[in-house]
Design a protein around this ligand. Structure first.
Ligand SMILES: [Zn+2]
Length: 292
């Protein structure tokens, strides 16, 4: 049995998954972010023990979280749960749970979950991306996560898409994330003079009703997505591209991005499927469980 934990900014979800990928038990608590780092680590350990008791057998433990694990320091960085940044969460959980655990970022968990038994299950090389509050990606080859020497494999969210683009928290300008995240999409609409829509879902609605500003923003989004993905395709040439995260639920972006990707990729016959993730928000816990 495998326990997967999805450590989010507002909630911590955990499941017990069997060898067939069936969820046997699940639990969810609010992230005790106000109580700080030690309380958060203790809450995760308590949740794991509670589920292990229900499973009535020792379980492996995998944790998925936004942000990244620094190979150099063993610390978490760039997490939106700020109290985790600069903390050795893996070592501390290993001490609390008295066993080795595995920790990966949410995009790698999505990629693993979709490659094992989701939208990428019939393919050898899966590139999966999160298009949400942030943008990340992960690579799974023959059902195994490819992490890379610095553990940044698949981190296309901070490839430069437009050197003159908006500033990014990472220190560069025009990163994929600054244009293809939900906030990035909305900011782009506003920069081009869009006023009527108050948030990203409202832009989509307005575009469907024929609002030219909203329609143009949605078209730019799809075209940029295709251009950004072409960089990955020219290097990795994956068998399938899986889109996850909130913006992956916008049907219009699949056709626009495919068209743009076909024009940017170094091939005259682009056939790679671009498909939505199957497990949706459950990808975090499922992928974390699949880390073992
Ligand atoms: Zn960046």
């Amino acid at each position: 049995m495998r326990i997967g934990v999805d450590l989010g900014g507002t909630k911590i979800e955990a499941v017990v998954m069997d060898d067939q990928g069936v969820i046997r038990h699940q639990a969810r608590i609010a992230t005790p972010r106000a109580a700080g780092y030690a309380a958060t680590a203790a809450a995760i350990a308590a949740l794991v023990r509670q589920l292990e008791e229900k499973a009535a057998t020792p379980c492996t433990v995998g944790i998925g979280t936004p942000g990244a694990l620094s190979h150099a320091t063993g610390m978490i960085k760039n997490s939106n749960t700020a109290c985790l940044n600069g903390r050795p969460l893996q070592q501390d959980l290993e001490r609390l749970l008295e066993r080795p655990i595995r920790l990966e970022n949410d995009a790698n968990c999505l990629a693993l979950s979709e490659a094992r038994d989701g939208a990428g299950r019939d393919y050898g090389c899966v590139f999966a991306v999160i298009l949400g509050t942030g943008v990340g990606g992960g690579i799974v080859i023959n059902k195994t996560l490819w992490s890379g020497r610095q553990r940044i494999a698949g981190e296309w969210g901070h490839n430069t898409l437009d050197p003159q683009g908006p500033p990014c928290y990472c220190g560069h300008r025009g990163c994929v994330e600054t244009l293809l995240s939900g906030p990035g999409f909305f900011a782009d609409y506003q920069r081009h003079g869009g006023l009527s829509a108050a948030d990203a879902p409202a832009i989509i609605e307005a575009a469907r009703e024929g609002d030219p500003m909203a329609k143009a923003a949605l078209d730019r989004y799809g075209e940029r997505l295709g251009q950004a993905l072409s960089v990955v395709v020219n290097i990795l040439d994956p068998d399938v591209i899986v889109l996850g995260g909130g913006l992956s639920a916008i049907p219009e972006i699949y056709e626009t991005s495919r068209h743009a990707l076909a024009s940017w990729a170094f091939t005259d016959h682009f056939v790679t499927p671009i498909v939505p993730a199957i497990h949706g928000p459950a990808s975090g816990v499922r992928g974390a469980a699949h880390l073992w």
